[in-house]
Design a protein around this ligand. Structure first.
Ligand SMILES: Nc1ncnc2c1ncn2[C@@H]1O[C@H](COP(=O)(O)OP(=O)(O)OP(=O)(O)O)[C@@H](O)[C@H]1O
Length: 256
């Protein structure tokens, strides 16, 4: 369903070229919940953002449902992006709009007629358990509720794929559980393929069926978590599998 072939991305920075992603290849099948894990700066978000070309790779191919995205014209790409929803660490809600209008926003951009819009907004808010919050503004919501609004908004255009960039990094552990449960339900009930960037092996173990471990811009190992005997080979994968902890910056300093 998603094929990333030899993706590379270099940023120009004041300190010189920064190779954020180097020759990364990944095959994600329909229905997967695919985790991308690694330390801060490993290139996870950059790689994730190439899947909808929010980040255009310098080299490599991005194939989604048989279509090579880097070859699409802007209009075709915009259409294709409707089938790829995305959520972020800091929710990215529009603070001057209430919950209903936040979810309505992508539908208005896609020019969905009003009656159909209303139906979809209600369905999506029901899916994330926020039907009673339509009139609330983001400032009045908890972190978990904000992320569930963001999930509803990402689902509004009936995507086939949901990209999640550290969706639980700004919330407490209990809320993490409710967000992950919502994502799992969406995957199970709607068959939406999910790609999730995280620092936390607990997140991977809770919902992913596959995971790729990244370090210094490269994918160093991939695992099918349905397999019984997982034997990590790389130092970083061994570290991640053996330490079920959140990879905060100070802990990263202890990793050798
Ligand atoms: N737009 C940009 N311009 C310059 N450098 C960037 C840009 N985006 C990312 N980088 C750099 O590329 C590297 C990879 O960043 P990326 O965000 O993909 O890593 P990550 O594994 O997701 O880490 P984090 O969890 O900290 O976001 C980092 O060194 C980052 O500073």
């Amino acid at each position: 369903m998603i094929t990333l072939q030899n993706i590379s991305k270099t940023f120009t920075t004041a300190g010189g070229p920064l190779h954020a992603v180097s020759s990364a290849s990944l095959q994600i099948e329909e229905g997967d919940i695919y985790g991308l894990i690694g330390f801060s700066g490993a290139g996870k978000s950059t790689l994730l953002r190439t899947i909808n070309l929010l980040e255009r790779p310098d080299e490599g191919n991005v194939i989604v449902d048989g279509e090579e995205l880097t070859k699409l014209h802007l209009r075709e790409l915009r259409k294709k992006r409707l089938s790829i929803g995305m959520i972020f660490q800091h929710f990215n809600l529009l603070n001057n709009l209430n919950v209903y209008d936040n979810v309505s926003f992508p539908l208005e951009i896609a020019k969905v007629p009003k009656a159909e819009r209303h139906k979809r907004i209600e369905t999506c808010l029901e899916m994330v358990g926020l039907s009673d919050k339509t009139k609330a503004y983001p400032a009045k919501l908890s972190g978990g509720q904000k992320q569930r609004v963001a999930i509803a908004r990402a689902l509004a255009n009936n995507p086939k794929i949901l990209l999640c960039d550290e969706p639980t990094s700004s919330v407490d552990p209990q809320t993490t559980g409710s967000i992950l449960a919502a994502l799992k339900e969406i995957n199970r009930n709607l068959g939406i393929t999910i790609v999730i960037v995280t620092h936390e092996m607990n997140v991977v173990k809770a919902i992913c069926n596959k995971v790729a471990v990244m370090e210094h811009g490269k994918i160093v190992e991939k695992f099918d978590l349905s397999e019984k005997n997982i034997v990590p080979q790389s130092n970083i994968a061994q570290y991640l599998f053996n330490n079920e902890i959140s990879l905060e910056r100070e802990l990263e300093a202890n990793y050798v």
